[in-house]
Design a binder for this molecule. Sequence first.
Ligand code: ZN
Length: 282
Amino acid sequence: MRVATVDGRAVLIHGEGIADIAAASNGALPADPQLVYEHWDEVRALAERIAAPEAPLDVQALQAPVPRPRQVFAIGLNYAAHAAEAGLEQPTFPPTFTKFPTCLTGPDATVELPSAFVDWEVELVVVIGRRAYEVAAGQGWDHVAGLTVGQDLSERIVQTRPPAPQFSLGKSFPGFGPIGPWVITPDELADPDDLALGCSVNGEQVQKSRTSDLIFGVDALVHHLSSITPLLPGDLIFTGTPSGVGGTRTPPRFLAPGDELVSTIEGIGTIQTHLVDRRSHS
Ligand code: ZN
C-alpha cells in the first residue's frame, strides 16, 4: 500500500490512480494526512476494499506524505563508511538529534540555500504506525507504518561550529527535510532491510549504498529510541546517511544555486530537490 498527500489530503495510490481516503471511507477516516497514522489498521483495511481509483495520479502534485509529525528523530553515523569519512568511531547507541518539523517539504521542492555550506544526505525515512515504548529487539518493524525517501539537508557551519555543535538547528532550515514521494508499506518490498539508495547532483551520482549496511537497522532504531522515549504514530526517523557527502571531500563540495538533487531508494521511489539562492524574508 502507498499513501500520499494531494491538495493537503491523504490519498491511497491505486495503480495509476489515487483514491481520497476520507471520501472512500465515507468520512470514517480523516482527510488530514498526518492523522491517518492514528488509524493505520483501518487505512490498510480500506485499501483492500477499494476496487478502482477515482482520479489519475499526478506525481508532480504530490506533497510531503507526512506533513506535521510530533517528533522527527534523525540518526548520525549509522553507516560504517560514513563514520569513517567523518573521522569518527562507530557508535554503540544510535547518535540522535532532531530535525524540527517545520523543515519538512515535499518530493518536488524548491529549497533556498542559507549559505554556501549546505550538504546532501540521502536517507531512508521510517514512519511510525503504532505507539512504540520499550519495544523489544525483534519487534521494531511491528510499530512501523511504512518507509519513504528523505534528504537530511545539512548546513555544516551551524551543525559543527565549536564550542557547541548544533546538529538539530543546522539541519532544520526551511526545506531541509524533503520527503516522499509517498509512504510505502514494508510488505511491498522484497527485503525492507536491504534497499539500494543513493543521490545525484546535476546527474552525477554522489552517494550509493544499501540499507543493509546500516549499523542500526530499522528494528534496532525502534528498539533503542523507544527505550528512552515513546515513538508516536506519524513520527519520522531519518535513519542516517551513507558515505559520499560533500563536506568531507577534498576539497569540500557543497550545494549551489541551480543544483538539482535527485534522491532514490529502490522499491520506494525518487524525490527531486531544486536548490536556489536565499531570498530576502524581511
Ligand atoms: Zn543525516
